[in-house]
Design a protein. Structure first.
Lengths: 444, 444
C-alpha cells in the first residue's frame, strides 16, 4: 500500500488515495489456481460463439422458472405440517435468520438413504452454500497449523486447490490411475509426510466420475482405500456431485461402506437440484472431544466455522431444494430421470464422435467413463493455455487444459472435455472443430 | 487424532474409529468468540419462554411468504426486459451457475445512490452470502501474513472477531467513546503497531447505530476518521446494517464522504431486505496493481476469494432481494417505512420503560441511541454469563453480556439490550422482569 499524492480540495481527505499491491494481499490471490479460474472464465466471455467443451455446468434444457414457486409452496406445506400448523413458525423458518446447520437436514438424510444407501443422522449434516463451502469448512477445521497437510489425487478439481489455498494448507498430490488412485503411492505419501514431522489429515477423492478424469473407482479400490484410511489414521473427504449420473447398480459410495467414521461426505445439489440455489452439505459424524470430554461431532465444529463465515445458508434457497426433494419423494434419482438420460446420451455421442473423427490419429486417445460430465482426451502435443487461446480464436471451440487441475502452469498432453450442458448438434459441431484443430496441430 | 481400537467385523475397516481432538483443529474453534456464539444460541434454546432482549433479529410482524413469488416474478420481468426478451437468458441467470460478483449489482448501486448518496460503479460491487461473507472476503484478502493487523472499536460486533479468527488476523481494539471512537487512541494504536514492525491494514467501524453500543458517529468524527485513514494509510471497513433505521437527515455514511477510496463499504440486506435471503455485498473500488500494472479493483480480488469459497451467491436469493428493490423503486427506505416506524417506537418504549423502572436505581444508567436495534445498560455489578444464566432461569429474560463483544470472558458491568424483534407487550414484560432482576442484584 503506497500513498499516491493527488491534487484535491483543501480538506486533505483526497490527499492520499488508497492503492493496493497484489503482493500485499493473501497469497491465494496470486496463485496459479486463482489465475486458472480467472483465465477460464475470461476466455469463455471473450469467445461467446465458441462451442464450450470446457464448462462443467448442468444441462439447462429442463430448467423452468415456474418450478420456484411450486417448490417453495411444497416446502411451505411440508413445514406447516411438521410444525402442527404454526404459520408464524413457517414464516420464521423460511424468512428469518435460522439454524446454522440448516433446515432441510431431514430431507437430505432421507435422500441419502434412498439414493445412496447412506444412513445419516440429520444432526450430523451441515447444509452449506454449495459444496465449495462444505469443502472450505472442512479444510478450515482440519488445518490447525502449517504442519497439517491435505492429500488429493492428481489431477484434482480446481476447487479443492482453491479452498486449500484460502487456509494455507499444503496439498500433496497422489498419483492418479485408470482406477482412480494409486493406493501404494497414497500410503507412501502419507508415511513420507509423517516422516517429515507433518500431519496428513485427510485425502480428497471423487470416487464417482471424477472431475476432471471421469473415472469411477472399483468396489475393491474403495474397500482398500477405507482400510488404508483406518490403518494410517487419515480421513477421506468424499466429494460426490456426479454419482447419480451413472449406473445405479455401480459400487456404493465410500460413505455407505464406511463403518469407522473415516469418511467426511461432501454433497452438492448443483447438478441434481438447481445450481442457482447454491445449496450443498457436509455429513461429518466424527466424534470430537476436548479436555472436558465430548465436544459433539465434527459437524458441530463445522457449524461453528460456518457461523463465522456465512452465518447460515439461505433458508429460501434451502426451501427451493427442499421442495424439489419433496416433489420426488426425496429421491434425486427419480427427480433426474430426464437429466440422467440426457447425460448418458451425450456421453455416448461424445465417445462415438471422437472415434469417428479421431480414431485413426496416432497419439490421440481418450478414456471412456461410464457416467458423469467429463472425459480426458490425450493428444500428441502439450495442450496449454496458449494453444487453447489459439484454438478458441481460430477453431471456435473451448476445452480445459489439464494443468489447471494440477494447480500449476506446465502444459500437458491432456485436455478435459465436458459434455453435460450441450445439445446434440452442439456436440457434433464442437467435435468437428476440435478434430480439425487436433489434426492441424498434429501435422505441425 | 488418536486411533481407538474397537471390536468389529473381520475385514479390518472398523478397527480404527476416527476420533478428533478440538486441540488438533483450527484455533478459532476453541476461541472465546466461538464459545460466545455457541453459548448465546444455546441459552436461547434452553429458555424458549424467556423474553429475549438479546437477539438482534429484525421484526417478523411484516414477514409474508407470498412476497417470495411476487419478488421473483418482478425480478424475472425486469431481467426479461434487460435481456430484450431472451427467456433462455433469464432462466440461465436465475437457475444456472452465475457471475461470481453477482447479478443484482446494478439494482444495489441504484439503492446506494438513492438511500445513501453513494455513487458506486456496479462493477465495484460483489454480492455476498450476507454481510458476514463480505467481511470474511475482505479480511482474507488483506491478511497476507502474521504481520497484518486489523483495528476495531471495542466493544465490536461478534462477527468481526469471528471472521478475523478464521484468517488468524490479530484484532487490536481501539477505545470506544460516547461518539463512537477515540480518534487519538486510533492514531496511537496505528503508530504503535507500525513501531512493532506490523502492518495496520484497516479499521472496522459501524458508524451508524453500532452493534453493540447503538452509537451514531457525528459528522465531525466521520471527517476526522477519513482524514486519519488517509494520513496514516489504512483502510476503513464501514459496516452499515442499521443506518436506514434512524433520522434520514443524519450524517452521511463514511463512504458517501470518501473521496480517496479509503472506505470499503460492507452492506447487508438482512435487516432491510429479508434475513432468509442471506444476501449482502461489499463495495471495494480500491485500485490494485501487480508487477504488470493494473490488476483491477479490490472488488476483483474479493471475487477471486469468493470463487474459492462459495463460487457465487444464490441468484435465486439475489432475485428475491432484487424483486424487493424493484417493488420500491430501489429505495429501501421506502420499502421499510413500517419497519422504521416500528423500530423507532420500540426504541422510545425501551427508553421510557427503563426510565420508569430503573431511573432511580443508583449505579444504573443507559445510553440513548437515536436509532438502530441496540442500547447499552450499565449496572452496578459485573454482568457475565453466570448471571445471565441465573437471570434466564429465575427471571425469564435474556440480554447479552458485553464481554462477548470484547472477545474475552471477563464480565463487565454492561449488558446489550436489543428491542428490534419484540412486540410492545413483550418489551413491557421483558423490562418488568429485567428491572426486578437488576433491583434484586443491586440489593445483594
Amino acid at each position: 500500500m503506497g500513498p499516491r499524492p493527488v491534487a484535491g480540495p483543501a480538506d486533505g481527505i483526497e490527499a492520499d488515495y488508497a492503492e493496493l499491491l497484489v503482493g500485499d494481499l493473501h497469497a491465494s490471490l496470486a496463485s496459479p489456481v486463482s489465475e486458472s479460474m480467472n483465465f477460464l472464465n475470461e476466455i469463455a466471455l471473450r469467445y461467446p460463439d465458441a462451442v464450450s467443451l470446457a464448462a462443467g455446468r448442468p444441462y439447462e434444457g429442463y430448467f423452468d422458472l415456474d418450478d420456484l414457486p411450486r417448490y417453495l409452496s411444497l416446502y411451505r406445506r411440508h413445514l406447516a405440517e411438521r410444525l402442527g400448523g404454526d404459520e408464524e413458525g413457517v414464516r420464521r423458518t423460511v424468512l428469518q435468520y435460522g439454524r446454522t446447520k440448516g433446515v432441510i437436514h431431514e430431507l437430505v438424510a432421507e435422500h441419502l438413504r434412498l439414493d445412496e444407501g447412506i444412513h445419516a443422522d440429520p444432526q450430523d449434516l451441515v447444509v452449506t452454500v454449495g459444496c465449495q463451502e462444505a469443502l472450505y469448512l472442512t479444510l478450515r477445521a482440519l488445518r490447525r497449523d502449517e504442519r497439517d497437510v491435505l492429500l488429493a489425487v492428481a489431477p484434482s478439481y480446481v476447487g479443492v486447490h482453491g479452498a486449500a489455498g484460502l487456509v494455507d494448507m499444503t496439498l500433496v498430490p497422489v498419483r492418479g490411475t485408470a482406477d482412480g488412485i494409486d493406493l501404494d503411492d497414497l500410503v507412501a505419501r502419507i508415511r513420507e509426510i509423517r516422516a517429515r514431522g507433518l500431519n496428513p489429515r485427510a485425502c480428497y477423492v471423487i470416487p464417482d466420475f471424477a472431475n476432471p478424469s471421469g473415472i469411477r473407482m472399483s468396489l475393491e479400490t474403495r474397500r482398500r482405500l477405507l482400510r488404508i484410511a483406518a490403518e494410517e489414521d487419515v480421513l477421506l473427504l468424499e466429494d460426490n456431485p456426479y454419482g447419480l449420473f451413472g449406473d445405479p447398480d455401480g459400487p456404493p459410495t465410500l460413505k455407505a461402506l464406511d463403518t469407522a467414521a473415516r469418511v467426511v461426505y461432501l454433497g452438492s445439489f448443483a447438478k441434481t437440484g438447481l445450481p442457482g440455489a447454491r445449496v450443498g452439505y457436509v455429513l461429518a459424524e466424527q466424534r470430537v472431544s476436548d479436555a472436558h470430554g465430548s465436544a459433539g461431532t465434527l459437524a458441530d465444529q463445522l457449524a461453528k466455522v460456518k457461523s463465522m463465515l456465512t452465518v447460515n445458508t439461505s433458508p429460501i434457497a434451502q426451501a427451493v431444494i427442499g421442495g424439489k426433494l419433496l416433489a420426488h419423494g426425496c429421491s434425486l434419482r427419480e427427480a433426474n430421470v430426464r437429466e440422467i438420460a440426457t447425460y448418458r446420451a451425450n456421453l455416448t455421442r461424445m465417445l462415438d464422435g471422437l472415434e469417428r473423427r479421431l480414431g485413426d490419429v496416432p497419439g490421440v486417445s481418450w478414456n471412456a467413463p461410464e457416467g458423469g460430465f467429463f472425459l480426458l482426451l490425450t493428444v500428441p502435443f502439450p495442450a496449454g493455455d496458449d494453444l487453447l487461446e489459439h484454438c478458441a480464436s481460430t477453431y471456435q471451440v473451448l476445452w480445459t487444459p489439464v494443468h489447471h487441475f494440477y494447480a500449476d502452469t506446465r502444459p500437458r498432453n491432456v485436455m478435459r472435455l465436458s459434455f453435460s450442458h450441450l445439445r446434440p448438434e452442439e456436440i457434433e459441431t464442437g467435435l468437428d472443430r476440435l478434430a480439425r484443430f487436433v489434426r492441424d496441430q498434429q501435422q505441425n
